[in-house]
Design a protein around this ligand. Structure first.
Ligand SMILES: C[S@@+](CC[C@H](N)C(=O)[O-])C[C@H]1O[C@@H](n2cnc3c(N)ncnc32)[C@H](O)[C@@H]1O
Length: 241
C-alpha cells in the first residue's frame, strides 16, 4: 500500500460526516482541549489541526477557547474534498479577535506563514506513508513557536494488537519500517467505525514516533492512555525545545 493519496481519497467513499451524529472522538478532543490546550497562560493562542475531517474538533476548539482567550487563531488542513466541502456547510459565526483559516490540501502541500502554539494530529498519522515521515515532522517543528507543542493521537499499540488477534478480518499485512538505521514494526489494517465505514490505517510501534520526533527537535513531555467507550488511544505531547 504505497499510494499516499489513497489515504485521504478513501474518505470520499465513506460517511465521516456522521461524526456530527455519533460524536466519535468527542472524548479525546475534550481531553486535549481541557487538559492541555486551555492550560496555556496567555491572552492569545494559535492552533493548527492536521487532517481536520469535517471540522468537528475545530468547532469544539472555537466554542471552548473563545471564553478563555482574547485572541484566537485556528488553522487546519483537510485533503478529502468530501470532508472539506462538508466542513464548509455550517460555518462558524466568529467573534472579533478570532481568525479561522482552512486549507483543502494535504499537510505537506499546505502553506501558511503563521507559527503555532499547538499543532494537533488526531488519528491522522496512521495515514502518512514512509516517504512523508521526515518532511512531516520537520514541517511540524518549523510551524511551531519555541516551546510550542505537538499533540499526536493514535490507537493504543497494545490494544490494537489484541483487537487484530480477535478480529482477524481487520488485518491486512505486517511490514518493517527502516528509519535512521533502526527497524520498527508496522501493521496495515482496517478500522471499522460504527455508522461511518471502514478505513485503512497504519499502526506503528510507539518507539518509532518517539524517535521520529526526537530526531526532528521535538521531545516527548507527556503520554496518556485514554479509554473512550472501550476504544483505547494514546495521546502524546511533544515540545519544541
Ligand atoms: C480518522 S480521520 C480523523 C479526522 C479528524 N482529525 C477527527 O478526529 O475527527 C483522518 C483524516 O486525515 C485526513 N488525511 C489523510 N491523509 C492526510 C494528509 N496527508 N494530510 C492531512 N490530512 C490527511 C483524512 O482525509 C481524514 O479526514
Amino acid at each position: 500500500m504505497k499510494n499516499k493519496n489513497f489515504f485521504y481519497l478513501q474518505y470520499d467513499k465513506i460517511n465521516w460526516q456522521n461524526q456530527e451524529k455519533t460524536e466519535i472522538n468527542y472524548f479525546v478532543n475534550d481531553y486535549i482541549i481541557s487538559e492541555i490546550i486551555s492550560k496555556k497562560k496567555s491572552p492569545s493562542i494559535k492552533i493548527f489541526d492536521i487532517g481536520f475531517g469535517i471540522g468537528f474538533f475545530l468547532k469544539m476548539l472555537y466554542h471552548s477557547l473563545i471564553t478563555i482567550f482574547d485572541e484566537l487563531i485556528i488553522e487546519g488542513c483537510e485533503p478529502s474534498d468530501k470532508n472539506y466541502q462538508f466542513s464548509l456547510k455550517k460555518p462558524l459565526k466568529v467573534k472579533e479577535g478570532v481568525k479561522i483559516q482552512t486549507y483543502n490540501s494535504t499537510f505537506l502541500n499546505t502553506e501558511t506563514k503563521q507559527k503555532f502554539d499547538f499543532i494537533t494530529a488526531i488519528y491522522v498519522f496512521p495515514h502518512f506513508v514512509q516517504d512523508e515521515f521526515d518532511a512531516t515532522a520537520k514541517k511540524i517543528n518549523e510551524m511551531l513557536e519555541q516551546n510550542g507543542q505537538f499533540i499526536l493521537v493514535v490507537a493504543n499499540e497494545a490494544y490494537l494488537e489484541e483487537k487484530l488477534k480477535s478480529m482477524q478480518d481487520l488485518f491486512i499485512e505486517r511490514n518493517v519500517i527502516e528509519y535512521n538505521g533502526k527497524k520498527y514494526k508496522e501493521v496495515l489494517h482496517y478500522s471499522d467505525i460504527p455508522k461511518i465505514g471502514k478505513i485503512i490505517d497504519y499502526n506503528r510501534e510507539e518507539k518509532f514516533y518517539l524517535d521520529l520526533f526526537k530526531n526532528n527537535g521535538l521531545e516527548l513531555v507527556s503520554k496518556k492512555d485514554l479509554n473512550d467507550n472501550g476504544f483505547l488511544c494514546t495521546v502524546f505531547v511533544f515540545e519544541k525545545k
